[in-house]
Design a protein around this ligand. Structure first.
Ligand SMILES: *Cc1c(COP(=O)(O)O)cnc(C)c1O
Length: 385
């Protein structure tokens, strides 16, 4: 291989190059730095317009957004909440913050997303409907919600999941934290369920440093979300709090970053498409490599470009890339195996375990240069040869 200047290529880093400095400076100059301010309102308005929703409530991060959304849709302590085992840990943690019991189900091998057939089997075989509510026959627990996690930018099969939710009277809180900009049958992801949650962590498509958003078509639910995330304050002067709320609001400083990032969302999405197309094209020659799946009827946001090395562990390639200063990452440890959650009763999840072993996310920052992407591809092809 010709000698190359081996600079480090990270997996996914923020792209800061628009109005971020200007808007943050405005916060500093005016003193509006905390959890009230015009940028918070503007950031929420931008989400409402972009997604066409009734309410958008900015939160401290994506995890707090999911926690608050679960409480707002009515998840009660002791309830069961269905989600996928194969996900970043945040939604499973959030279910437990609500003192509910995560039911971790396996993923589909073709889409890598929550397997709706297993959700259906769980509900039909293990549960029964009593007085309009669904109960697990064995545990006696109420089943109150599904949290579909739209992993890596791909929408879950929402037709199937929403159909089951309607039949079993379950609420749906979409974890759309990895999927801002994705569409399911023409509808923005995050707007299909009762509530949808986004994240603006540093490695997400747009970032506020740390931040999150709850969106909903239900204005009453939106009001509840704002109330609960603002310490449930009923009276601004006397500080009367109607419930045990949370200090989960986003700061104006962070929202200023978010407004600047949102202005460039389409540009960022286009860049992710271009990066994915280059990877897809170059790796098509390798039959043992499955490219990132594109579920039918969906438009993926292509957040983290990920390959599956069919029948092979991805860790050899991970190490080879790391030795050559290229960062890559396997898919998360399935939560049924996590030391944090392996106390939960769970079903076998062989697909999640397989995908954890065989998948690898490749560098795909919005600012990734063509020459850096080519270096990654040269390394991958030399490893496979
Ligand atoms: C990023 C992410 C979240 C939220 O993360 P925060 O760091 O709390 O913003 C939730 N779920 C998934 C699947 C994620 O990837």
């Amino acid at each position: 291989m010709p000698s190359e200047v081996a600079t480090f290529i990270p997996l996914s880093v923020p792209e800061i190059g628009g109005n971020e400095w200007k808007y943050v400076k405005d916060c500093l100059d005016t003193g509006w730095v905390s959890s009230v301010g015009s940028y918070v309102t503007q950031f929420e308005e931008m989400f409402k317009t972009r997604l066409g929703v009734a309410s958008a409530v900015a939160c401290a991060n994506g995890t707090s957004a999911i926690h608050a959304a679960l409480l707002c849709v009515g998840v009660q302590p002791g309830d069961e909440v269905i989600t996928s085992s194969l996900t970043f840990i945040a939604p499973v943690n959030a279910i437990r913050y609500a003192n509910a019991v995560p039911v971790l189900l396996d993923s589909r091998l073709d889409t890598w997303l929550l397997d709706e057939i297993l959700v259906q089997a769980y509900l039909t075989e293990r549960c029964e409907i009593r007085n309009g509510e669904t109960f697990n026959r064995d545990t006696g627990r109420r089943v109150s919600a599904i949290v579909p996690v739209h992993l890596l930018g791909h929408p879950c099969n929402m037709d199937a999941l929403l159909g089951l939710a309607r039949h079993y009277n379950l609420k749906v809180v979409e974890d759309a934290t990895e999927s801002l900009g994705a569409f399911y049958q023409g509808q923005p992801v995050g707007t299909l369920g009762d509530a949808g949650c986004f994240s603006f962590n540093g490695n997400k498509l747009i970032t506020t440093g740390g931040g999150g958003m709850i969106v909903t078509q239900n204005p009453e639910l939106g009001r509840r979300a704002k109330y609960l995330t603002t310490t449930a304050k009923d009276d601004d002067i006397e500080f009367i709090h109607g419930a045990i709320g949370y200090n989960y609001r986003l700061t104006n400083l962070a929202a200023a970053l978010g407004c600047a990032q949102m202005e460039r969302l389409d540009e960022f999405l286009a860049k992710k498409q271009a990066i994915a197309a280059t990877y897809d094209g170059a790796l098509a020659a390798y039959p043992a490599i499955d490219p990132l799946p594109r579920p039918a009827g969906t438009e993926s946001a292509l957040w983290l470009y990920t390959i599956r090395m069919r029948g092979q562990s991805s860790r050899g390639l991970l190490k080879f890339l790391a030795d050559n200063k290229v960062q890559s990452r396997p898919l998360w440890q399935p939560n049924h195996l996590s030391p944090a959650h392996n106390d939960l009763p769970h079903q076998p999840c062989p697909v999640a375990e397989k995908l954890n072993q065989e998948c690898l996310s490749l560098p795909c920052s919005v600012g990734l240069s063509e020459s850096d992407q080519n270096r990654v591809l040269r390394l991958i092809t030399s490893y496979l040869a």
